[in-house]
Write a protein of this length. Structure first.
Length: 258
């Protein structure tokens, strides 16, 4: 899978993106709302943790306003039941990025748990219908891997949720960023030891350091760029050039001093 993904990556790197031809000054200002869990959320500083939603704005034009409503511990189900989806809809955003799966995958007796082949899909469809009613353009983001290795390969705990999200996106013709795949290629290319700096600390294999969160954000932007998605036009030119030419490990440069 990694070999095929890398081959696809290299072939796409040779292409010319339509979004490269759009000048930033011609773009309208937009608002992007984020719905997700602790791997997406904002953290109060100082803190060793970052969610990708906290840093993605650094790579985008100042015409983009990011409203990050992601919250730790939430799933597709509890985000809705706690009224957080209603708050997201009230933003009247232009775009919504939706990433869930980590907490949905918890044990069945947990209130946040959902079944990848059952209510997880139903809740994802509720996000689609809710944002569609508000004329908000949605992008699904599959949950990235937990950085847990077995015999040199990442464990596939979230694969069923990734596959379910892809199935729903295809059924309803929704754009999707496959962060599960991108994170797999990135982490396995680096290896367990050399990818350690992506994590917020030695024991936590789910949450990200500032460098790790930026790597996830850049993977998302690279995918949008490859799709010629309208949001890719808002990537800062110097960032767009870098991610277009980079291989996966180079999307996650090691911080100085490590």
């Amino acid at each position: 899978m990694r070999y095929l993904a890398l081959c696809l990556l290299m072939s796409l790197l040779l292409g010319w993106s339509m979004t490269d031809q759009i000048h930033a000054e011609d773009l309208p200002a937009i608002k992007v709302v984020l719905c997700g869990d602790s791997t997406v959320q904002n953290y109060n500083l100082p803190n060793d943790k970052r969610g990708w939603g906290q840093v993605i704005g650094e790579f985008l034009s100042d015409k983009v306003t990011i409203v990050n409503l992601a919250a730790g511990g939430r799933s597709t189900k509890t985000f809705i039941k706690e009224g957080r989806l209603d708050k997201a809809l009230a933003q009247n955003a232009d775009y919504a990025l939706i990433q869930f799966g980590h907490n949905d995958s918890h044990k069945k007796d947990r209130p946040e748990s959902t079944d990848a082949d059952g209510d997880y899909k139903t809740y994802l469809e509720q996000y689609i219908s809710s944002f569609d009613a508000k004329n908000v353009k949605m992008v699904f983001v599959t949950p990235m891997h937990r950085r847990v290795f077995r015999d040199g390969k990442l464990v596939t705990w979230l694969l069923r949720y990734r596959n379910a999200m892809i199935e729903v996106a295809k059924k309803h013709d929704q754009p999707l960023v496959d962060l599960y795949m991108h994170s797999e290629v990135l982490m396995e290319a680096l290896g367990e030891e050399d990818s350690a700096y992506l994590s917020c600390n030695e024991k936590d294999r789910s949450h990200f350091s500032p460098a790790g969160a930026k790597a996830m954000a850049l993977c998302i932007l690279k995918d949008l760029q490859q799709q010629n998605h309208p949001l890719a036009a808002y990537i800062k030119p110097e960032v767009a050039s870098k991610i277009k030419q980079s291989t996966y490990p180079n999307l996650a440069p090691v911080p100085e001093g490590q």
